[in-house]
Design a binder for this molecule. Structure first.
Ligand code: NAD
Length: 262
């Protein structure tokens, strides 16, 4: 299938690591130019060296509204157009619901709820100018069924509604808006120090890698974590030209973990 992504300009947030990095590589493979935002500039530089097509990187904290505007302006100035936005940056934290710190909840909302909305609004004028555009939000299956991570589950559910609302709002401008809902994915979000693997280990009393493996075997029908490349394939497909009539969906990429038919 021809995906029609050659020369398209694709913004990816949280591109220095994990899923975002594979999304950037997958678009680059399709001949797109990627514009990458992350707080981890060293990671972006490393990634840029692997890309074949023209690319733009910028250290951006997407929770900062001015920084987002500057980034989108810079991307438009460099390439002359913006065609695809992938809202991917995110994080997660386990914690007891009664004592979960409100400031962390708010910070997660800034990062995974307000920032994606802000970036859609900033990109829309460019999509309207093209007469075409595509947005993919990285939500999670925990936006559909609880995973026990109160801030994360809540905000990812909001991301699915943001996707649905914007799909209706943007349809008259020939812009589709979809979400991917990954199940657990083998990325630094699980393995890096202090992240979910360590948090799961302290909750279960297991060693980190043992706890990570146990979680997959007991929760995922396919018995393993997704590879970040497997999430990237779904993102690239949803923003491709042949998939443009698909809008307002939140597609699970989860090895069968969601049990609902919806
Ligand atoms: P990751 O930790 O490997 O990558 C996240 C990236 O976001 C990092 O490069 C980080 O520097 C960047 N980032 C964090 N805060 C930022 C900010 N303020 N501004 C700009 N960039 C920022 O995690 P990942 O597993 O690749 O997760 C990517 C997305 O996928 C997240 O939205 C996450 O919630 C979602 N997701 C992950 C899983 C999983 O199991 N890994 C499952 C479902 C959904």
């Amino acid at each position: 299938m021809q995906l029609g992504l050659k020369k398209k300009v694709v913004i990816v947030t949280g591109a220095a690591s994990g899923i975002g990095k594979q999304i950037a590589l997958a678009f680059d493979k399709e001949g797109a130019s990627v514009a990458l935002a992350d707080i981890n500039l060293a990671g972006l530089k490393e990634l840029k060296a692997e890309l074949k097509n023209e690319a733009y990187i910028e250290k951006v904290d997407i929770t900062n509204a001015d920084a987002c505007k500057k980034f989108v302006d810079n991307v438009a100035k460099k390439f002359g157009h913006i065609d695809v936005l992938v809202n991917n940056a995110g994080t997660a934290k386990m914690g007891d619901m009664q004592t979960f710190p409100e400031e962390i909840f708010r910070a997660h909302a800034e990062l995974m709820m307000y920032a994606p909305v802000r970036l859609i609004n900033l990109c829309l004028p460019y999509f309207k100018k093209n007469g075409w555009g595509s947005v993919v939000n990285t939500a999670s299956i925990f936006g559909k069924q609880p995973g026990g991570l109160i801030s994360y589950d809540t905000i990812k559910a909001a991301d699915i509604m943001i996707t649905k609302d914007y799909s209706n709002y943007c349809a008259p401008f020939n812009v589709n808006v979809n979400a991917v809902c990954p199940g657990p994915v083998d990325t630094p979000l699980w393995h890096a120090k202090g992240q979910l693997g360590d948090q799961l280990a302290s909750a279960t009393g297991m060693k980190k890698e043992e706890a990570i493996d146990w979680f997959a075997k007991t929760n995922i029908p396919m018995g393993r974590y997704a590879k970040p490349e497997e999430i990237a394939s779904a993102v690239v497909f949803l923003s491709s030209v042949p998939a443009h009539y698909i809008t307002g969906v939140a597609i699970n990429v989860d090895g069968g973990m969601v049990k609902s038919t919806l």
